[in-house]
Design a binder for this molecule. Structure first.
Ligand SMILES: Cc1cc2nc3c(=O)[nH]c(=O)nc-3n(C[C@H](O)[C@H](O)[C@H](O)COP(=O)(O)OP(=O)(O)OC[C@H]3O[C@@H](n4cnc5c(N)ncnc54)[C@H](O)[C@@H]3O)c2cc1C
Length: 410
């Protein structure tokens, strides 16, 4: 029987999930990651819907549960910090999910579970791809040219290799929404709730607890013409300060905290839509293929699921048949696409409705939240967190007989 060889480019959630499962299926897996070392960091992500089943199959649910951010729910507050409506953790997929974890912690849990024969080469990336029906040649920045049966691009939203291979089959849907994330100090008065404040001018401030004794802050604003992520860091910070002046609630605390925070980063929310997830011997997964943005939600869940589904369909093929990989890739796309489409189809008026410009708009939103937080309405409102759910069963994965036990490989 042929042993297939895969190169996975990008070692975050999508790449790591794919490496985990593909190596279990008996593939020889090599990973490259542009960063020089394991990328820790990142704010809150969650594991929702059928991604919990993938995590259980990995045997990692307990480890994730032990490292959750301990958030107890989501509370919308007014300018004085008074709670307008509260949504405690109820069931698995409310506004605060049952499994909320810092991105870096989730990545570490998966990387430590990789079989020892999966190698990650840090500080390297692809310069050129030569894509053929039955193999792919990659020229790496480090100088080598290597040949694989399949190249899996898991490089996140700004993937260069994806753009090189798929060109105009990649489309971008900018949502006109800027978000600045950063870690700030915890203060007396901070509790274990996610506090969310909406100000006039399409501005939002949110503070979330973590399990590291700090607070994860977010400043978001709606403006189609202003893309802070495209500016030099110091300039973006300065503009953010101007935009949030007079926003109210804890605006000064967050702006001052961001001035000294080491991990502030800016995102200009953009959905990635691709007319195909594969061509020849190259495929895409995770944000590189279908970035849903925090507005759609579930990016990490879809990344975990994508890795499993891709490996499962590839494992079901007869490895001696020439069309086996392309059949597996087609099935992977057919399975993933409905779930991705659902996560990307935003309700009418989104995100504008959630970023009101006027006092009247903010008041209307608060009234809506107050009503939505009561009894039966609360369950209905919590459906906003129902992403990565599907009626489809996860495909079965055929594990290789030689799959080895997990071992740390950081
Ligand atoms: C450091 C970091 C912090 C993040 N913080 C948040 C957050 O706070 N909130 C949130 O909702 N989402 C965050 N995300 C995004 C979140 O991880 C993804 O939306 C989701 O988990 C899907 O993951 P992904 O693996 O598809 O993409 P990503 O997590 O974006 O990972 C892509 C990986 O590919 C690597 N890479 C990029 N280009 C190349 C290249 N040319 N060659 C090789 N490797 C390459 C990157 O270094 C990265 O490790 C963060 C991602 C990263 C990398």
């Amino acid at each position: 029987m042929n042993v297939h060889k895969a190169l996975i480019s990008g070692a975050s959630i999508a790449g790591l999930s794919t490496a985990f499962w593909l190596s279990k299926a008996g593939w020889e897996v090599t990973m490259i990651e542009r960063a020089r070392a394991f990328r820790d960091g990142g704010q809150n992500v969650d594991v929702r819907g059928i991604a919990r089943e993938v995590l259980q199959k990995m045997g990692l649910e307990d480890q994730v549960r032990q490292q959750t951010t301990t958030e107890e729910g989501t509370a919308f507050v007014n300018e004085k910090g008074q709670v307008v409506g509260a949504f405690p953790v109820e069931g698995s997929d409310g506004m605060t999910a049952e499994l909320e974890i810092l991105r870096g912690d989730l990545a570490r849990v998966v990387i430590e579970a990789l079989p020892p024969h999966v190698h990650i080469r840090y500080g390297d990336w692809i310069e050129q791809v030569s894509n053929h029906a039955d193999h792919v040649d990659v020229q790496l920045h480090s100088g080598q040219t290597e040949t694989y049966d399949l190249l899996i691009i898991a490089e996140g939203i700004r993937s260069r290799t994806r753009d090189q291979v798929f060109g105009d089959r990649v489309s971008r849907n900018e949502l006109g929404l800027n978000i600045a994330y950063g870690t700030i100090e915890r203060e007396t008065g901070d509790d274990r709730w996610w506090r969310w404040y909406t100000a006039t001018g399409g501005r939002q401030i949110s503070l979330r607890p973590d399990n590291q004794g700090t607070i994860r802050a977010m400043l978001a604003f709606k403006d189609d013409k202003h893309n802070l992520a495209s500016l030099p860091h110091e300039q973006a910070l300065a503009e953010l300060k101007v935009i949030f002046a007079g926003a109210g609630w804890q605006d000064k605390r967050v702006i001052e905290g961001f001035a000294t925070s080491k991990d502030v980063y800016f995102d200009y929310l953009t959905q990635i839509k691709m007319s195909t997830y594969s061509e020849g011997s190259v495929c895409v997964t995770g944000d590189a293929a279908w970035c849903v943005t925090p507005i759609g939600g579930g990016g990490s869940s879809l990344a975990l699921i994508g890795g499993y589904v891709l490996a499962a369909f590839l494992s079901q093929q007869d490895s001696n048949e020439s069309a086996s990989i392309s059949n597996g890739l087609d099935q992977y796309e057919q399975w993933m696409r409905p779930m991705v489409d659902k996560a990307q189809s935003l309700p009418p008026g989104t995100p504008d409705l959630f970023y009101p410009q006027t006092k009247v708009g903010v008041g209307t939103m608060q009234t809506f939240i107050r009503i939505a937080s009561f009894g039966p309405f609360r369950k209905l409102a919590s459906r906003i967190g129902h992403v990565a759910r599907t009626k489809q069963e996860l495909p079965e994965i055929r594990m290789a007989q030689t799959a080895t036990t997990p071992q740390a490989s950081l």
